[in-house]
Design a protein around this ligand. Structure first.
Ligand code: MD3
Ligand code: FE
Length: 221
């Protein structure tokens, strides 16, 4: 090695791990971004679930989803034999979905801003619960009123392998590990990509036990 090369690296600090991991042109992972908010998120989550408990829904094709769902915010996502839709009321209680807790809203806004999307105003938070073996097949999110806003996704509990595909179901998918506290933000040109989650592996998470919880914040209306 020449003395010049040595000189070049002499006063270079080791690189800190990147805060933003770009996985698409307008999609990025913010590793651990939700961790400082964890306690207040879990308290608020319990309050939401007391009003709108997790339930397994049936798809238009007649299959029961392995993922159990709930929602909060002005609009909640549901599926049944008649189709997928956002509704103002929880069909299980006939009551409005619980209000989106402030801590949910503020976290979603902060993550969107960190990813370069200013002024994200989510009106819906879908809450997905995966137990080991549960998965989500490749799909596109097309039930929202506009595709201009990003989607912010918060992962808690057991790890998952996220599939980040292309614009056709048959396009090759990228595999992205998602860990407790990670947030992914998808928008713009990446908003309509196919995506899914591989079956969750057996395991125990110290804080959430035998489950993975995912929040997806959207502008649905
Ligand atoms: C990628 N949920 O609820 S994160 C869903 O982890 C859903 O529970 C998964 O797919 C989960 O619809 C994946 C959310 C996500 C949402 C929208 C996307 C990923 C996306 C749009 C484009 C690309
Ligand atoms: Fe989705």
């Amino acid at each position: 090695m020449s003395p010049f090369t040595l000189d070049l690296f002499a006063d270079t600090e080791p690189e800190p791990p990147p805060k933003r991991e770009q996985i698409g042109e307008q999609a990025c992972v913010l590793r651990g971004f939700a961790l400082p908010w964890l306690d207040s998120l879990l308290t608020a989550l319990e309050e939401v679930l007391a009003v709108a408990p997790f339930r397994q829904m049936v798809t238009p094709g007649g299959f029961t989803m392995s993922v159990a769902l709930s929602s909060c915010g002005a609009l909640g996502w549901t599926t049944d034999r008649s189709g997928y839709k956002y509704t103002r009321n929880d069909p299980q209680t006939g009551q409005p979905w619980p209000k989106m807790p402030d801590v949910f809203f503020e976290l979603a806004k902060a993550a969107a801003r960190e990813a370069g999307f200013t002024d994200f105003v989510p009106d819906s938070c879908l809450i997905n619960r995966y137990v080991p073996g549960a998965k989500m097949s490749l799909h596109q999110d097309k039930d929202e009123g506009s595709y201009a806003a990003p989607i912010v996704s918060v992962s808690l509990g057991l790890p998952a392998t996220f599939l980040f595909g292309g614009f056709e179901r048959s396009d090759k998918s990228q595999r992205v590990p998602l860990l407790h506290g990670d947030i992914v933000v998808w928008g713009g040109v990446d908003r309509l990509r196919y995506h899914g989650v591989l079956p969750i592996k057996d395991g125990h998470h110290p804080r959430l036990g035998e489950q993975r919880i995912n929040f997806t914040f959207r502008k649905a209306g």
